[in-house]
Write a protein that binds this ligand. Structure first.
Ligand SMILES: N[C@@H](CCC(=O)N[C@@H](CS)C(=O)NCC(=O)O)C(=O)O
Length: 316
């Protein structure tokens, strides 16, 4: 299953297959006694882009757990300039969005790169989002979404709201199945015809598997009656599918809305019936983010008008 990273310059191996870099900041917020980063109200800050699927995961989990006021968020401008890295909003931007603003913690910062360099002077690695920032130590706790969502799910017990408390996205009894699905939700993108043909076929085989699975479960979630990490991780890819991946990455063997009725129903249920999914999905940022940033795939930076609507209603 493809999750396409929003990068100006992705790394490819000699066969033209995408190579995903490893995230460099991997500390944990933990409620263990004496933890370096204990859960605290207002201490941590999330820096995200609505365009980025990995950052989107963290926004959904933060909302599902009711942690919006505990872990504030700043949304960057959706168009990535790889030389300068993600930039904070400026007053004159033509694109708006909730929580899109200048950095409230470092008002003189213009780019995400400055956070990384404050955390590690001389840092020359990748300056990706999401960033989970610790305003206590002025450092990056983590820039790995799969780990940030586990921290938000598990470590903020005393701060989550009543609804969030009912939700465990990684419950003990489902862990083997969740790990198995996570294993094949991998990034895909290619630079040669052969690598593309292999990747695109694999991608649609994965979608076929998801469709088949959803045909045989009562739903409305991937594993039945409770939302899990798998719903979050699949959602951020599938919501971008018809609007971006099908066109920009030529993943056009089928569309979600026309060819996968069970995935389509599962997707629309999450979007229309759950604020945590709907509120964190900003189609303008997603489309402008991908089509204007990935100019090596879309040199004129033209943003397509369709599909219209971005997502179909619940009943159609
Ligand atoms: N492994 C990271 C990947 C995050 C990632 O690749 N983010 C992209 C946007 S979708 C990014 O910030 N790219 C900027 C860059 O590489 O310069 C995670 O899951 O958190």
């Amino acid at each position: 299953m493809a999750n396409a990273t929003l990068n100006q310059k992705s790394s490819f191996n000699s066969k033209g297959e995408l190579q995903l870099p490893v995230s460099e900041f991997r500390s944990w917020i933990s409620k263990e006694p004496k933890a370096r980063f204990p859960p605290e109200n207002g201490r941590y800050h999330l820096y995200v882009s609505y365009a980025c699927p990995w950052a989107h995961r963290t926004l959904i989990v933060r909302a599902l757990k009711g942690l919006e006021s505990v872990v504030p968020v700043t949304v960057v401008h959706p168009v990535l300039n790889s030389a300068e890295t993600w930039r904070f909003a400026a007053g004159c931007d033509d694109i708006q969005g909730e929580n899109m603003r200048s950095d409230p913690l470092h008002p003189n910062f213009r780019h995400i790169r400055e956070l990384y360099r404050l955390a590690e002077p001389g840092y020359i690695g990748r300056c990706s989002v999401p960033v989970l920032w610790d305003s206590g130590e002025e450092t990056v706790v983590s820039n790995e979404s799969s780990e940030i969502i586990r921290m938000l799910n598990r470590e903020f017990g005393e701060f989550v709201n009543a609804e969030g408390d009912e939700i465990d996205l990684y419950p003990e009894e489902l862990r083997p199945q969740i790990d198995q699905v996570n294993d094949w939700i991998k990034a895909g993108m290619a630079k040669t015809q052969a690598a593309y043909s292999t990747a695109v076929k694999m991608l649609f085989e994965c979608l076929d598997r998801v469709e088949e699975h959803l045909t045989s479960t009562p739903g409305p979630y991937y594993f039945g009656s409770s939302v899990t990490e798998v719903d979050v991780r699949l959602y951020v890819t599938i919501i971008r599918f018809d609007t971006v991946y099908g066109h920009l990455f030529k993943a056009n063997m089928k569309t979600i809305r026309h060819d996968y009725p069970h995935i389509h129903k599962w997707l629309r249920n999450l979007y229309w019936n759950h604020e945590a999914f709907r509120k964190t999905t900003n189609f303008e940022h997603i489309k402008k983010g991908y089509y204007r940033s990935m100019t090596f795939l879309n040199p004129e930076a033209i943003v397509p008008e369709g599909p219209i609507p971005d997502i179909l209603p619940l009943t159609c």
